[in-house]
Ligand binder design. Sequence first.
Ligand code: NAD
Length: 350
Amino acid sequence: MITLLPGDGIGPEVTTAARTVLETIATKYGHRFSFKEHLIGGAAIDALGDPLPPDTIASCQDCDAVLLGAVGGPKWSDPNAAVRPEQGLLKLRTVLGVFANLRPVKVFEELVPASPLKAEILRGVDMIVVRELTGGIYFGDKTRDETSASDLCTYHAFEIERIVRVAAELAAGRRGHLCSVDKANVLETSRLWRDTTDSIIANEYPGIELETLLVDAAAMHLLSRPADFDVIVTENMFGDILTDEASMLAGSLGMLPSASLGESTRGLYEPIHGSAPDIAGKGLANPAAAIASSAMLLRHSLALEAEAVAIEAAIAAVIAAGGRTADIATAGDRVLSTSEFNKAVTEQLA
Ligand code: NAD
């Protein structure tokens, strides 16, 4: 059973697209997927006053995988509001115990002109950024008085070990190269990160080639030589910042999927973009990120690798044939609506 959380803004449009694609896969490969739809974010606040209602939590704990659209929007953005849509998403990640956030960044040759970066730098970019999602400075104790404030950053070795293993396993199935990003010249947590990573790779993954970069240098290398990266592993805040930077390589937020995984096979899958209130309800949203997130769901939660590859190949084929939503179109392209792009992918699959 798959729990669907459409959420706010373009969330319902892109999750509808992803569901249609999963239903096409079920028909083609003889599977039966059942879906249960629940409220999250602003839609849940409007209906029930709670961004993550108990029914939603129960369904997410009871299913094989969760597919989410996006949460938030101007209607709920008052910083002084008692409840905010984003609280629902943060709580959901904690409830599901998903500590590893996987963000693949792949540049399609045909979309190179859609990126602000030079073509020769973008060719061949194909990496996965693995961000630690439930530790570090975002979760540490916070203090504030009139003239000072502090945020505590803590990492335990076990948190580093498990995320490095996730990243190393991924690298072992790809080009065998792992880049660990830290700030070990300044931060004690980063020195623990580096020592732990070095020891896990040396003892458990001798075949993996490990590169270590300081986060400031990594930010620069991501733009100067992005095609060199295979798998990048890093802590929560560095990963948050570097993945948004890396998203610009692919040309549009609308292209990038993500998976958040924990100890079990149950995962949380969502496009990396937000609710895009500026284009919501207009049929302008690019559903590729949500559709590609459904491919990650099949791969990581249901062990359906061939089906996942089929979805990714269908997206690539539609783009190769000139299928473009507005965000990835360049002058002269015929622009497809959300549902037209979706239909092109399902027809390609069928
Ligand atoms: P956003 O990702 O929603 O939009 C940024 C820009 O990218 C907008 O111009 C938007 O139109 C465009 N865009 C995003 N997704 C697109 C798609 N699939 N196709 C075409 N264009 C797309 O970020 P924002 O504007 O900073 O945030 C809007 C709301 O979303 C805020 O309330 C924010 O808190 C929330 N948000 C939610 C999540 C999440 O649910 N995981 C993530 C980020 C932001």
